[in-house]
Design a protein around this ligand. Sequence first.
Ligand SMILES: [Zn+2]
Length: 476
Amino acid sequence: MRDYEIIIGLEIHVQLQTRTKIFCVCKNEFQAEPNTNTCPVCLGMPGALPVLNKKAVELACRFILAVGGDINNNSLFARKNYFYPDLPKGYQISQHERPLGKSGTIRIETEDGMKEIMLQGIHLEEDAGKSFHLEDSSNIDFNRCGTPLLEIVTMPVIKNAHEAYLLLYRIRQLVQYLEISSGDMEKGALRCDANVSVRPQGQHEYGIRTEVKNMNSIRGVERALSYEISRQINLLEEGGFVVQETRLWDESMGRTDTMRTKEESPDYRYFPEPDLLALELEDDWLEEIKETIPELPLEKRDRFVREYKIPPYDAGVLTITPQLANYFEETARLCGNPKQASNWIMTEIMKIMKDRQISPDELNIPPKNVADLIKSIENGTISGKIAKEIVAEMAASGKAPGEIIEAHGLEQITDKKVIEQAVEQVFRENPENLKRYFDGQDKLFGYFVGQVMIKTEGKANPHLVNEILKDKLDGR
Ligand SMILES: [Zn+2]
């Protein structure tokens, strides 16, 4: 088999979190009762006129500025003409010749290090409605019609399916940090179409590309692209050729199938939208938007490593979402021990959130409770082992650790007399093992430690247990 070069470009749509739709005042809530958030504008009634939503422009600009793109101070909306049952106007208002943004880069971390994915264009457009095909009828919900979308098109510089995965992951993280979208791919707030082609290594001209659609998770994109790449290479290896077409990813079957042969751009008959003025933006306003850009994921991660002296891997995990990053910083600040805060959050706390599929904001354990738990371990009130049980109780009841420790009498036993009594009792109950220990079976020391811990219901301070056992055994 020959070596192949893979070329992938992504077209990503992000639903912007505005209160109202992009060209009318209907609520931007398409999960409401079907066809309740509609009006003459988004239903495409003759004579209804669009009015641009300033917030949608602001959110789009925030993204473009955050990725270092150039904003066009004078962009144009254009009509993209095509027929689709869920597009009542018969055209989509989009941008074509003079889009809002161009260039900019998004950084991903591949196995070969940091890679910058260059963006070709970023523009605003409206979403279409949604069709539902039931057994004996087709239904259309126009709630989504007119939802503001940000379309991000990358240069064809993605070299494999995993890079596409990493890029989408980063875009989801970025839109969440920038608070412009939920980025939830399962719910359609983030969508991705991919152009894929392959060519034998060294061949000058590009291979014929296909467009792959219908992936609804970031992992799904990786799987679909892996499949499509193999399909194209196999075709070429068998002496066949790739047909330019749109293919749908079938997640359950794990394959792509022909949907339609691909339209070319001229088929859309783009022309400037006559009902909207050119979009002129003032530099002062763009400066104001720039001010609203928060610390972004990679910068935050680097700062965590620097400031809290935690490993880059941990910092990467803790900055997955801005909510988790805030949760960590608050816990670290309150307990004064970032390493412990990181350990507890990355293990016990994240496990609870994962099991319940919730975000830190929805968790009934505030950072203060995690910080108090860490302090209780540090000052010797409880052991680390008991602390894990307390976390489970904190998650179940929402109670503070202090309350749980008191209610269940979980304080660590640090009273030497009490531990000595337990040790003596263990010796009395295990005369044979004691004899074997003195006969040279040193390994039994661990057995005695375990027995004392059982006697004290795991509450004895392990350090003291060791110390006392050693004293007593040496002294016999
Ligand atoms: Zn409307």
